[in-house]
Ligand binder design. Structure first.
Ligand SMILES: [Zn+2]
Length: 152
């Protein structure tokens, strides 16, 4: 939708007022954190996107506060990193496995690595949307957005 994020926001802003408010409004193919905040502000109710699971299969773990929005677990910087994918994440992967172990799984071409990052990325997105719903209810969406772009 649009050649860049600015055009996408413009098109969503132009079309959203014409959609029925008594029905859920879905925006297909949007998975970036900043794009989701933009859509929510335009009245979008639901999103879906392959991004979280696609990058997981290639070693991309979603993390707060990184410039790209994710870390690349195959990077040698994680070979001996005993931290979880995301500090403070309550998912099974982060509660159980280190970055170093998942790095090893990817280097060994073991499919469990893809599964563990997929589990984390889905949990990450669920946390994000739960936090957005809370921000909408308490009228603190701006503060919620800031938290998701700050590193822990
Ligand atoms: Zn996690």
């Amino acid at each position: 939708m649009g050649a860049d994020k600015g055009q996408m926001a413009e098109v969503v802003g132009f079309t959203a007022p014409y959609l029925r408010k008594d029905r859920p409004i879905h925006l297909l193919g949007i998975g970036g954190i900043s794009d989701i905040f933009m859509g929510v502000r335009q009245g979008i109710d639901t999103f879906d996107c392959v991004h979280p699971t696609r990058i997981a299969r290639h070693g991309g773990a979603l993390v707060r506060g990184s410039e790209r929005g994710h870390l690349q677990i195959r990077n040698s910087a994680y070979r001996e990193d005993s931290n979880p994918l995301q500090e403070g994440c309550a998912c099974h992967t982060c509660q159980t496995y280190s970055r170093a172990y998942i790095h090893h799984l990817f280097k060994a071409k073991e499919i469990l690595g893809m599964q563990l990052i997929t589990l984390h990325n889905i949990h990450f997105m669920n946390d994000l949307l739960a936090d957005i719903r809370h921000g909408l209810k308490t009228k603190t969406l701006h503060e919620v957005e800031e938290r998701w772009f700050l590193a822990d």
